[in-house]
Design a protein around this ligand. Sequence first.
Ligand code: GLC
Ligand code: CA
Length: 550
Amino acid sequence: MEHTKWYRDKVFYQIWPRSFRDGNGDGIGDLWGVYEKLDYLQQLGVDGVWFSPLYPSPGVDCGYDISDYMDIAPEYGGMEAFRAVLDGLHQRGMKLIMDLVVNHTSDEHEWFQKSRRRIEPYTDYYIWRPAGPGGKLPNNWDSHFEGKAWQWDALRQEYYLHLFAVRQPDLNMDNPLVREAVKKILKFWLDLGVDGFREDVVTFLSKKEGLPDDRLYPVFKGIRFYNHGPHIHEYLQEFRRDVLDGYDCVTIAEAPMVTPRQALDYIADPGSREIDMMIQFQCMCADCFFSDYMPRKFSLRRLRRAFSTWQRKLEGRGWNMLYLENHDHPRVISRYGSERYRVESGKMLAVSYLFLKGTPFIYQGQEIGMTNWYPEKTAMYEDVQTRNQKPDWPEEKRLKLYHRASRDSARTPMQWTAGKNAGFTTGTPWFYVNDNYREVNVETELADPDSLLNFYKKAIALRKRLPVVRDGSYHDHCFGSGKLYVYTRETQRQKLLVICSFTDKPVRFRPPRGCDLNRMQLLLTNYDGSLEGSGFVTRPYETRVYLHET
Ligand code: GLC
Ligand code: CA
């Protein structure tokens, strides 16, 4: 089937279903709730939705531990509600993409339950190893969530590998039967009408033969033996050839620590086109090392380098996936912007990435400027990754780290109204609502023409109206480098100038060569009244988008 690359014209919205909208009053977000909000999404201007996992799951990792890949969890409304949402999206001309999580399953998955009992053909579905002398672990790899990467199974009397939580055993992708099972899952959902997949930690699927000890890395031990492992390209090409090529669908791969050069091995076009877009993490590391829970001071230079490197290296060779938030990171205003200048910095951050080349994703609540959550006790955190961070630190120090770094900040219920439970549920919400919901909510922001939400609508509409955003070349300009991010996008006929101040301090902005502000049209800004001239002094977190047409 022809691959039309329709995704290049879309703006996606990510729904983390548990916290989006509860339709039946049991306190848990669900697809009935999503169905109610389809018009909201359409009016925002997005035209595709990526759903974090909707499958049955014991919920050890909030749905990323799947116990049945071919069903929808009953608490989310089951298949019936799913079909209604799928049809509702398609009727509105919108796309739906599923999360595909096949690096690991839940330990409650039937495959694992049979594998630990050595019931064929499941015996080798997972990565089992006997204990070494004295019960020694098979190797020294770390898991990302809970201690070492091996767990003893009393029934099978062997260790199994888990790169994430203990209850997320890794599948053995070297087993052809497992790959057949993955293809069945892909086919099942594509035949039902879904438009593609976001593939969870897919670069981890192939582990190096012999699972050697890692004697090099001090942290994330083992990752160099399974990130972009020996057979990864083979396996992805197999999925492509045997299933994906039969559909005009999109694939987006989550790829921790990936460099542009490595990404091109998966996405280069023309090329084997294993994957259409990659979720890189460089843009998430401007205020941390590797991961949010290793914080450092925010640096605009690092953020600009992340944006610019990916824009340049993929130019003409691959397509970027653009984002500033998802369910795995704290809220971006609290990280790269300013809670004090919440609306101003929220608008500036929107502009900073929505006019880059690629397909943007907006995470639920980002469009209304939700900020981090600051509970009084670490015990209030829910996330398995957070709870295992620095368990030996004193409470106060841990709390400070979690406030800054926890994924739970992105997982509090979506704030719809200033009313009870922020309009998320009529029942008791499964998780805490952020205290700021009286001010920060959809209803209030819809009514305010200057709100962040209405700004997102304008920015999305503008992006779609201007061919230069889709096609133009990219150049960054290093003014006041630690404070301003300035870039231009250019085609023969249009030139777009984007200015973003990442500070509340005044900075003198001088237009780059070839940009005369007096001859350009100001299309979008977060302040009233323009101070023209050859340049201007920025106000806190000021942003402007100018256009020149010939
Ligand atoms: C991905 C998901 C994350 C999950 C992990 C394990 O990083 O985005 O939420 O915890 O994989 O599945
Ligand atoms: Ca519900």
